[in-house]
Design a protein around this ligand. Structure first.
Ligand SMILES: *Cc1c(COP(=O)(O)O)cnc(C)c1O
Length: 369
């Protein structure tokens, strides 16, 4: 048996008729940018997240950067970010000219440790940018408490967590604003690049609408130094189709995560905990840890099981940030995670027998690795 890490074509096969219909509808409409499909998607996704506004943008990185920029965060300011995240979180802060203050993760949740956040607040800190890593909501109440006390904005990087809940509430509605990515492999993925910001802040929503479209509300009237970062009609139409399946696909991911957890909790793998009592993760990734990770991955590969590492190089050790001439010091937990984590195959189209195959391969591998 071969178990690919993720199978995007299977997802599109399941929705083929609706997706082809959406594609034709856009093609025939003659409207490809800032049209009715985007408006409908924005209305549907904001309703899904239980917020007032959704603004579609070009990608997840822009969703974060435009949010920071619309809040006026820039040179002279600092933003608290998780040390343990995908580099896009960091890049967005750097692109607006603000300084990064990295904070180590809690080892069980992999998310930013709220206990370390307060000590990291500096006089110029303007925001906490929390990531719901691997689809598990960060501890938003604890973060909100620090944010309130120090008058900071609390922004979500929800790129890996579409549909996840924290104390019953959807991510995207938990802070002042949230950034989503619709990169094809995300839980809600386009057939190309895409992103969105969700918020209840009407002033912010208005500013981001301006910034994403050349600083212009009305053609040739430019109020601000804007950008070109729009979610196009074709992606919006296809995302509408896929949004209708998001809950079902997330619950299939949850079932697979349960199956992994039940079968693996006895093994010598350091396990990501099933779920904490307050959150409902959506398992963008299912991550385990092992001291001899490379050997384990090799053995799994020989058994036909494809695994990946999220992420092998933490942002502060990447060439980009080493060359950035700022030392972030030794981030011990983040660096250890980067050496030990391995992501198992995960996705709504993984069959039960494939998951069993992965489990068996892992059992065999851990015998001699
Ligand atoms: C994917 C991702 C992003 C960036 O999204 P793009 O659409 O690829 O720009 C940002 N943050 C996190 C945590 C991500 O996983």
């Amino acid at each position: 048996m071969r178990v690919p890490f993720v199978d995007l074509t299977a997802a599109h096969q399941e929705l083929k008729d609706e997706m082809v219909e959406a594609y034709r509808r856009v093609l025939d409409s003659g409207c490809y940018i800032l049209g009715p499909e985007l408006e409908s998607f924005e209305a549907e996704f904001s309703a899904y997240c239980s917020v007032k506004h959704c603004i579609g943008v070009g990608n997840g990185l822009d969703a974060i950067a435009l949010t920071l920029r619309a809040y006026g965060i820039g040179p002279g300011d600092s933003v608290i970010v998780p040390a343990n995240t995908y580099i896009a979180t960091w890049l967005a802060v750097t692109h607006v000219g603000a300084e990064i203050i990295p904070v180590e993760p809690d080892e069980l949740s992999y998310n930013i440790d709220p206990c370390c956040v307060e000590a990291a607040v500096a006089p110029n800190t303007k925001a906490i940018l929390a990531v719901h890593l691997y689809g598990r909501p960060a501890d938003m109440d604890a973060l909100a408490q620090v944010a309130r006390k120090h008058h900071l904005l609390l922004i979500e990087d929800a790129a890996q967590a579409h549909g996840a809940r924290y104390k019953g509430r959807r991510v995207g509605s938990l802070g002042d604003a949230a950034a989503f990515s619709f990169y094809p492999t995300k839980n809600l993925g386009a057939v190309g690049d895409g992103g969105a910001v969700t918020t209840n802040d009407t002033t912010l929503a208005d500013r981001i609408r301006l910034l994403r479209n050349y600083g212009s509300r009305e053609k040739y009237i430019n109020e601000r130094i804007g950008f070109n970062s729009r979610l196009d009609e074709l992606q919006a139409a296809l995302l509408r189709v896929k949004l209708s399946k998001l809950d079902e696909w997330n619950s299939r991911r949850r079932r697979i995560a349960n199956q992994y957890y039940k079968s693996l909790s006895m093994e010598r793998l350091l396990e990501i905990s099933l779920a904490d009592s307050v959150s409902e993760p959506v398992w963008h990734l299912y991550v385990v840890r092992h001291a001899k990770r490379e050997k384990l991955m090799e053995a799994l590969f020989r058994a036909g099981v494809e695994t990946l590492i999220h992420y092998p190089v933490p942002p502060h050790l990447s060439q980009a940030y080493v060359a950035h001439n700022q030392s972030y010091g030794h981030l011990a937990i983040t660096e250890r995670l980067a050496r030990e984590v391995v992501s198992l195959p995960m996705g709504p189209h993984l069959s039960e027998s494939q998951v069993n195959w992965v489990v068996r391969a892992l059992r065999d591998a851990t015998e001699y690795v």
